[in-house]
Design a protein around this ligand. Sequence first.
Ligand SMILES: Cc1cc2nc3c(=O)[nH]c(=O)nc-3n(C[C@H](O)[C@H](O)[C@H](O)COP(=O)(O)OP(=O)(O)OC[C@H]3O[C@@H](n4cnc5c(N)ncnc54)[C@H](O)[C@@H]3O)c2cc1C
Length: 486
Amino acid sequence: MADYDVAIIGGGLNGTSMARDAAGRGLRVILLEQGDLGSGASQASPRLVHGDLAGLERRRFFRVRRALRERDVMLRIAPHLVRPMRFALPAHAEERPPWQLRSLLLLYERLASRSGLPRSATLDVTHHPVGNALKRPFGTAFEYSDCVVDDSRLVVLTAVDAAARGADIRTGARVTRAERGETWRLVAIDRGYRRVITARSLVNATGAWTASVADTVLRVPAPQLATVQISQIVVRRLFDCNNVYVFQNPDGQLIFASPYERDYTLIGSVSHPFKGDPAIVAMGVREVAYLCDAANRYFREQIAPADALRTISGANSVVASARRRDGAALLDYRRGKAPLLTVFGGDVTTSRRRAERAVSEFTRFYPMTPRWTATVPLPGGEFAWQRFETEVDIARDRWRFLGEAQARRLVAAYGLNVKDVLGDAREKADLGPAFGTELTGAEVRYLMRKEWARFPDDVLWRRSKLGLTMPQADRDALAAFMAKAD
Ligand SMILES: Cc1cc2nc3c(=O)[nH]c(=O)nc-3n(C[C@H](O)[C@H](O)[C@H](O)COP(=O)(O)OP(=O)(O)OC[C@H]3O[C@@H](n4cnc5c(N)ncnc54)[C@H](O)[C@@H]3O)c2cc1C
């Protein structure tokens, strides 16, 4: 008998979402990720959970409605990670006329039906805080509701839930060979050790590596895929209000500028075909300049490429022949050969549903319990999204040493499980050594024990964004602490 029902290669959002879904439906699951969870494209998404206004313009009404429904599902199951925001779309005389923007938003809202989010509004930005950061000519903007998400924490908490339901999550485990018979026999280098695993079916969820894994590891015909890179930049905070700005670029692209970790602004995104090693995806100078120019067209405060404090890039596979960038799940099944499912691309908003549909492909091979992920919260998310601020207040009341910003960060990252991070601490000193102003030994230990963090970058960039502010001396201390705690 095989060790597992399903082996999943790749610990991005697609792989972890499938692991969660399949484990919860009673399958024995192993997920193998060569690096850290979410270290590929899944940490470089535009961080939007939305119906996609641009899709509406392309008349993809059903797709937009589906995504809007998923937006509501994500808000329900991950109220700590997914934040409703007001998006501001300034009207520009040379771009889409105001009546067109207004009709687009009315249609968007109709498709969203009963989301419970505030409705759209027309703003006179000459008298509204949204206008403070904008250049003079803008008189009108439209405001509507959508959501943003912490993408890499979504990956990690999805894996945490998969593990809680019995999935075996292995990070630092690269699959190097897979033999296909009636079952799959995989060889992995698992934290330096060679390990052989057998599974009744295999999922290739390796993102930009999909074709090369098919070709060199699985040795099956690789699907015809293209690789596309997506990039964003982080700059100092360009505006005070808590809105996401959506700008119309003259080339028709919608560019967003979003509040990022209190003191920063995230501007994105730009995408283009990618060639090369997906492990090294860097943003070009021209793309940085493109995003700066887009922001400069709207904001008073001007930025230059040198102001980009960080660039965020990822690459993923798309179907070569299709102009659409939807995700895809391709099932390969032949008599006497164990099934292979290849899953790649797609956006964050629809990742849960994509995984649900992909795992359902296996119902023809073995029995499993019904779909379940639309109604069960991710770890720590057992509260209504409208109660987020209340949960922050409750945390501050219980751990009185927490400042407001720190409490907000912790509740956003761990939800109700913040109690497992802080325990019975009565003062900050009870949490062990401090790294920078916010990170404590207790949190790092929790991340190492419960969330597979192994190296400082796992903590500083994927399980938090504290890398933006942490001084080098504290990073060094963190590295020494993690090496000792390992
Ligand atoms: C061009 C582009 C546009 C995008 N647009 C959007 C958008 O509009 N909205 C949105 O929400 N998101 C968007 N995304 C991002 C989206 O978040 C990701 O594509 C999504 O998270 C799915 O990622 P994944 O799991 O398929 O791949 P990844 O996150 O890259 O995961 C694949 C994983 O496989 C691992 N792996 C590879 N080979 C092996 C091996 N041999 N053994 C073990 N592990 C291995 C890698 O280390 C990696 O972690 C876009 C991405 C791109 C590239």
